[in-house]
Each structure stands twice: as structure tokens, then as C-alpha cells.
Design a protein around this ligand. Sequence first.
Ligand SMILES: O=P(O)(O)OC[C@@H](O)[C@@H](O)c1c[nH]c2ccccc12
Length: 256
Amino acid sequence: MTILTKILETKKQELAGLRTDFPETDYPAKPRLADLLRLAKPAGVIAEIKRSSPSKGVIRAEVDVIGQAKRYEQAGASAISVLTDESYFNGSIDDLHEVAKQVAVPVLNKDFIVDKKQIDRAKNAGATVVLLIVAALDDEKLHELFAYTEERGLEALVEVHDEEEMKRALALGAELIGINNRNLSTFEVSLENTEKLASFFTDEQLFISESGIHSPADAQRAVKTGVKGLLIGESLMRANDPGAFLDSLFRQEEAR
Ligand SMILES: O=P(O)(O)OC[C@@H](O)[C@@H](O)c1c[nH]c2ccccc12
């Protein structure tokens, strides 16, 4: 059984007990991620809050989540991604809720969504974008959850990692497509994955390179393919100064 299969089983078991109500509704207004990425030069960064992961173990267990999110926002991140899976990533929906109350950039609920109930939870907790992982969903479910995301006024970031999944994401009509450089079954990470799928890029969609971006050289290599966004977690969580790390990404001299 792959780790993805295992995670998806856990998600289904957790559904019944999932808390979806968050009384607050007065979140600061947030622009659309797609609008921000269209204007970003050369690309926007989606900065992630990630305490640990199945592939890397503990990255940073103790983190001031609000402080970290505000540092990302001040440094010009286009959006904040918050891992909310508890069992495998040590995340929490309360982290996302706190962040959503404090920032005025889009907030991405990073989780393994298999049911509408999780989309309701994301919306009520203050997220404006949800991740839909193509590898985790059959076509019927993918269409159902994509339609529901739009119905609830959220944006969907549709994640793919190979050609077949890319075709399914394009057929769906997704505007935001993330290319995961990490294979969720084997954990292997390679920026080559974004390069391989670049032949599918069109002007209508916005493509985002996800995972394994650790340096200005990595960022600039990814951007060369035509992606308009980078999703970065681990390096930002380990950086002493995440703002300085973000600032350095597109400076020419840093890439040499
Ligand atoms: O920490 P990294 O290598 O910078 O990766 C961030 C992000 O892409 C990664 O957390 C991620 C991408 N897709 C996912 C799906 C589920 C959980 C996590 C992810």
C-alpha cells in the first residue's frame, strides 16, 4: 500500500468526526490567487506552514504560526498555504483559521480532500483556495469536488504529477494547476517533473511548481518553464529569516 492510499483511508475514517463550524465570518478580504499570479513577475510564491511530513519527519515542531504567516505576507508572498492534516503532517485546521483571520492574501487549505465536508470546513475556517489532488480522486469525484469548490466561492488548485493527470486537470477546466515535483507514492522529488510537463502549458491556465524548491537556482529553473507560481514549504520553515529567503529567490546573482 502506498502512503497516499494510506492517507486517503485515514481521511475517509476521519470524515464522520470532522469539525466544520467556525463561527467567525469577519475574515479580512482576500484577492483571488489567480488574479495575483497573473500579475506576478516573474512568478508568485505560495508560502507554506508545514511542521512535519511523512517524507522529511519533523521540519519544525514549534512554530509561531501567525508570526510565520505574517512574515510570509510582509515579504510579498502571493498566498499562504497551511497544512491541516493532523495524522501525517502534524497540522491543524485551527492553524488555518488563525492565519485566515490575520492575513489579507489568499489562504490555501493544504490537505487531502475526498469529500465536500472538507470543503465546507475549509470555507468556514477562512480558506479561499483548496487543493484537489488528481491522484487521490476518480474523475467523477474530481468533477463533483471541483464544481462544489466553485459553488462555495473558493478557488481550486488542482494538483498533478504526470501527463495523464495533467490531461485530466485540463479536461476539468481548472484555472490553477499545480505540478507536484514530489511523487506522493515514492516521495522522489525532481524539478524535472515541472520541465517535463511544460509542453502542456497554455495562456489560459496558471501553472504552479510545487515541492523541492530550496534555492534561487531552483526557483529560477522552475520559472524558466513558464510557471507563474512556486509552492515552497520546507525551505521556508527551516530558514532563519524567511523574508530574506523569499527576497533572494529571483535575484540574478544568487542563482550562480
Ligand atoms: O516542503 P516543500 O518540498 O517545499 O513542498 C511544499 C509543498 O509542495 C508540499 O507540501 C505538497 C505539495 N503537494 C502536497 C499534497 C499534500 C501534502 C503536501 C504537499
